[in-house]
Design a protein around this ligand. Structure first.
Ligand code: MG
Length: 157
């Protein structure tokens, strides 16, 4: 078994939609990013790559690559799953936390799980997605940025 940890933070911009957890959320704000800015998927990708000892998201998908401009992060996650499977590994469990002041995410989490679990090739009860605020403290608390944390467990062979 291998454990991986991932973290990501994106600036918030005015104007939606918000892409998070593989879904599109109707909202007045979105995330700045070379891709769709989906910081939950980016944190999960770094957890997976870390567990597989395959570097990080920036090495595989450099911001300088013009082909990746505006790409959906679900596509990036699919590419990372191919890397992991090629190494003979599979995902056992993923847990994650989204830290943001808004929007209220609990109504959206079931759809995030429904979208991400099949890509990760696990059942929805093996995918944890939690949301919390930063108690209005710091840049996240002032709604200037959103951060995500993820851990994963990979099985070898
Ligand atoms: Mg990112």
């Amino acid at each position: 078994m291998r454990v991986g940890i991932g973290y990501d933070l994106h600036r918030i911009k005015e104007g939606g939609p918000l892409y998070l957890g593989g879904i599109e959320i109707t909202f007045d704000f979105g995330l700045v990013g070379h891709s769709d800015g989906d910081c939950l998927i980016h944190a999960i990708i770094d957890a997976l790559l870390g567990a597989a000892a395959e570097g990080d998201i920036g090495q595989h998908f450099p911001p300088s690559d013009k082909k990746l401009k505006g790409i959906r992060s679900t596509v990036l996650l699919q590419k990372v799953m191919e890397i992991i499977k090629k190494k003979g590994m599979k995902v056992v469990y993923v847990d994650s936390v989204i830290v943001t002041e808004k929007p209220k995410l609990s109504p959206h989490i079931p759809r995030m799980k429904k979208t991400l679990a099949p890509i990760l090739e696990i059942s929805e009860d093996r995918l944890g997605i939690k949301a919390k605020t930063n108690e209005r403290l710091g840049e996240i608390g002032r709604f200037k940025a959103m951060a995500c944390w993820a851990v994963c467990l990979l099985q070898e062979g």
